[in-house]
Design a protein around this ligand. Structure first.
Ligand code: 3HC
Length: 293
């Protein structure tokens, strides 16, 4: 079977833009699909900003940045993915939305061996596979935020994922993208989120109950346990909307109280306090303009 060279990414949010970036930096031809021109504009600014950051920190040369940018194309039409060998779905953590995208992508792909991967954090891969007529080609590829920095990808096979599909994507992720993989079974939260999310929710409950402030909870885990960031800073990085959606999927799967999103988290999401992406979550993230003022 031919090596994967032509990659499609659906969704150019934090995760989708990061996945598209690492694929383009690894020499793949990448087509990114977003739902409208504004989303394309935002996603491409996010991605090019991240490439610029890599140049500033000496991880990329200017020539490599140009080559990566040149390998990226943008579209608002899922039909343009027809010739892709691998499509990674990275739309919002919403089961219906993901099922629709995966079903449509499967219909447009002309290569019968093309792999359809989902970057879902918690939705069972089987639910997405059954939306297609080739469930053997559907697999979970769960990247971590920030994608250009975090070395891990969870590879999640469902009951119907073919060993050939799993081997093919594992080889692509390790040999082509230079990331490390771990295998997880198709259970909500896989390995990492099944451990991480209860910890994040416990930190939210701690703030909610007045046990400690967000700043102190974060300092506690940074300084006491040498974590690179505290749990509430991490919630802000991931996005409180995403943390809530993941927790809800896990709660729906296991019905364990430790996965239930606490009321404070829900209220913050209702208020649009999503974290870094909206400028405020458990901590403020003023824009450059606001900082100057
Ligand atoms: N995009 C690209 N590169 C980034 C970046 C971003 N958003 N944020 C930071 N970086 C790079 C910087 O350029 C820098 O590179 P350099 O060392 O070559 O200069 C390096 O990362 C370190 O960045 P900084 O010096 O600015 O800041 P820190 O040292 O504080 O590191 C961090 C930032 C890498 C985000 C670090 O705090 C960290 O590792 N945090 C934990 C992240 C984590 O746990 N992620 C997993 C989340 S769970 C998940 O994604 C699963 C999902 O399903 C929820």
């Amino acid at each position: 079977m031919s090596e994967i060279e032509r990659v499609g990414v659906v969704g150019a949010g934090l995760m989708g833009a990061g996945i598209a970036e690492v694929c383009a930096r690894s020499g793949c031809d990448v087509l990114v699909v977003e739902q409208n021109r504004d989303a394309v504009e935002l996603g491409s600014r996010r991605l090019l900003g991240s490439l610029d950051r890599a140049v500033r920190s000496g991880k990329l040369t200017t020539a490599e940045r140009e080559q990566a940018a040149w390998r990226l194309r943008w579209s608002t039409d899922l039909g343009d993915l027809a010739d892709r060998q691998l499509v990674v779905e990275a739309v919002g953590e919403d089961e219906q939305l993901k099922t629709d995208v995966v079903g449509t992508v499967c219909k447009v792909l002309t290569d019968r061996d093309a792999v359809i991967a989902s970057n879902t954090s918690s939705i069972p891969i089987m639910k997405l596979a059954t939306a297609t007529d080739r469930p053997g080609n559907v697999v979970g590829l769960h990247f971590f935020n920030p994608v250009p920095v975090m070395p891990l990808v969870e590879v999640v096979g469902s009951l119907t994922t073919s060993p050939r599909t799993r081997d093919r994507v594992e080889s692509f992720v390790t040999r082509r993208l230079g990331k490390q993989t771990i295998r997880a079974t198709d259970r909500a939260g896989f390995v990492v989120n099944a451990l991480l999310v209860p910890y994040l929710l416990a930190a939210v409950r701690m703030v909610e109950s007045g046990t400690a402030t967000a700043a102190d909870v974060d300092a506690g885990m940074r300084l006491g346990c040498a974590h690179p960031m505290g749990p509430l800073e991490l919630c802000d990085l991931i996005g409180l909307d995403t943390v809530t959606a993941i927790a809800e999927s896990m709660y729906a799967e296991y019905h364990e109280p430790l996965y239930a999103p606490p009321p404070l988290l829900r209220r913050m999401v209702e208020a649009g306090l999503y974290g870094r992406k909206t400028g405020r979550g458990f901590h403020p993230y003023p824009s450059k303009k606001e900082e100057a003022a």
